[in-house]
Every structure is written in structure tokens, then in C-alpha cells.
Design a protein around this ligand. Structure first.
Ligand code: ADP
Ligand code: MG
Length: 281
């Protein structure tokens, strides 16, 4: 009987491997013992195993999507301090995290000074999209411009554009830090045009619209780019001072308060010592 059981197990593992069900392979014996102890019927046991396999598959797929997105850091809406950035509507961001704008092929544009949380919010929305099963890719704009120019030189442009077209959401971070070359600007414009109404874009920029011509080089290109990007688009302004500065100031204030408190208690302790000195005299 024992020998037969062992043989069945070997066969079972073999079949499960052939069927590519690694979680069921790993869990079936433990769960079978549990099911016997709980007097669970066969269908309940099978259901539990299938659920485990599906959950693990979904977890791994989400992990792969996050990796494929190439985020420079991991950010979430939960770690964003909305009270420090009142110009950003928390309700709107929570709604965007539900990703319906991606189904509608709409865009999101974050405009604001450096350090005001544009990249943080762009990544947070894109991470939420990964979790919901959308295919996402993050690029700093200059990085994508360079890649496009290299691909063009090596005749790989079609391949790269094909990969971009397969995405659901493309994040272009930092439009405007470095003026793109004329060719780079044309190629970026081409990406934005191809994305128009096919895939969603999230763009962050520290430039007001009037200054986009300086980056993209020509008024014609700027007009056409803005036209496509801002048609059916949520524009979110991150107004105010840099969060790093705000953070540093808060830390300095906290340190100053600590210092005052420390010198206060030192004075008190000193006073007590003097008093103590007096009484002992
Ligand atoms: P930007 O892209 O506008 O230059 P970042 O998103 O890179 O700014 O923000 C700079 C740093 O400050 C990041 O580490 C970011 O996580 C943090 N940060 C900015 N705003 C907030 C905020 N409101 N709450 C929490 N962290 C913030
Ligand atoms: Mg940024």
C-alpha cells in the first residue's frame, strides 16, 4: 500500500510538472493532510489548491510587470503626504489609481517645480496600474530620446516603437530638464503622436507650457505635441516649494526645538545642582 502511494505521488508530481502547476505540486500533500483532518470533501480540497495556484501566478505576474516597468524607485500614494501639497487633490489621485483613464486612453500630466512630488505621483499611479494588470514602462525623457536616436541609427526604431505600442501606459518623466536635440525632439513627438488615443501617457514636467518651445525646438512641434498630449488629459499642478526643502526645514525646526528643550532641561538640571549645592552647604 505504502509503495503504491509513493509511486502515485511520483506520478502525480510528474503530471503536475507537465501541466505547469508548481504551487499545487508544492502544496498538495500538506493540504491533503489538512483536508483529511478537517473532513473536507474532495471538491473543497481541489478548490483550495486551484486558488493557491492562481494567487501565486497573479503575484508572480505582478512582480514581473513591476520589473518590466523599470521604475527608478518604488513610490505609492500611501507614502505621499497630501497635507504638504494642498494643490494636489487626493480624491482625484485615488480615482486615477483605479486606472479607468487607461481604459479610456487618456493622459495625466504633472506640472510643477522641482522637488514637488511629480515623479513620486507618476510612479505611484504607474505602480497602481501594474497591480491592476496593465503593461507599463517608465522612462526619463532624455533616456528615451537617446534610445530612440540609437535605435534609429541602428535601424532598430521599428522594433522599439513596436514595443512601446504594446504598452498600456507609458511614463515620460522630466520633460524639459535638458533640451532635446532637434532629431530627439522629432522622435519624442513621434512617440507621443503614436500613443495618441492608443495608449495612455503620464508626463511630468517642470516647464510651464509657454516654455515647451525651448525644449522641443519649434513652435509647430510644440503646438502639435501639446495638442495631442492635453486632449483628454488630467493636468495636475504640484504648486509650492520643494518637499526636500520643506522636509529639511521641518527637520531643522525639530532639531532647534530639541536643542531649546535640551538647553532648558540642562538649565533646570544646573539650577537643581546649585540648589542641591545650597542645601548641602
Ligand atoms: P519632482 O519629480 O517634482 O522633482 P520628486 O517626486 O522626485 O519631485 O520628489 C522629491 C522627493 O521628495 C522624493 O523622494 C519624493 O518621494 C519626496 N516627496 C515629494 N513630495 C512628497 C510628499 N508630498 N510626500 C512625501 N514625499 C514627497
Ligand atoms: Mg522628477
Amino acid at each position: 500500500m505504502k509503495a503504491l502511494q509513493a509511486r502515485s505521488l511520483v506520478l502525480l508530481h510528474h503530471h503536475l510538472k507537465a501541466l505547469r502547476l508548481p504551487t499545487i505540486t508544492a502544496e498538495c500533500e500538506k493540504l491533503a493532510r489538512q483536508a483529511a483532518a478537517d473532513n473536507a470533501d474532495h471538491l473543497t480540497y481541489l478548490l483550495q489548491l486551484c486558488e493557491l495556484e492562481l494567487l501565486e501566478r497573479e503575484r508572480k505576474a505582478a512582480e514581473r510587470r513591476l520589473k518590466a516597468a523599470h521604475f527608478p524607485t518604488h513610490k505609492t500614494l500611501e507614502s505621499f503626504d497630501f497635507s504638504a501639497r494642498p494643490s494636489v487633490n487626493k480624491m482625484l489621485l485615488c480615482e486615477l489609481a483605479r486606472c479607468e483613464y487607461i481604459d479610456r486612453r487618456e493622459n495625466v500630466l504633472f506640472v510643477g517645480n522641482p522637488g514637488t512630488g511629480k515623479t513620486h505621483l507618476a510612479i505611484a499611479l504607474a505602480v497602481a496600474a501594474c497591480a491592476r494588470g496593465y503593461r507599463v514602462r517608465f522612462y526619463r525623457l532624455t533616456e528615451l530620446a537617446t534610445l530612440l536616436m540609437e535605435a534609429r541609427d541602428e535601424r532598430g526604431l521599428l522594433g522599439l516603437k513596436g514595443r512601446l505600442a504594446k504598452l498600456d501606459l507609458l511614463v515620460l518623466d522630466e520633460l524639459g530638464y535638458v533640451p532635446a536635440s532637434k532629431v530627439g525632439a522629432e522622435l519624442i513627438f513621434d512617440v507621443i503622436s503614436s500613443a495618441y488615443e492608443r495608449i495612455s501617457l503620464i508626463v511630468t514636467t517642470n516647464l510651464p507650457f509657454e516654455s515647451w518651445t525651448e525644449v522641443l525646438g519649434s513652435e509647430r512641434l510644440t503646438g502639435a505635441t501639446l495638442d495631442r498630449l492635453t486632449h483628454r488629459c488630467q493636468i495636475i499642478e504640484t504648486k509650492g516649494e520643494s518637499y526636500r526643502l520643506h522636509d529639511a526645514k521641518a527637520r531643522m525646526r525639530a532639531a532647534a526645538t530639541d536643542k531649546t528643550a535640551a538647553s532648558g532641561s540642562a538649565r533646570q538640571a544646573h539650577g537643581r545642582t546649585l540648589e542641591g549645592g545650597k542645601t548641602s552647604n
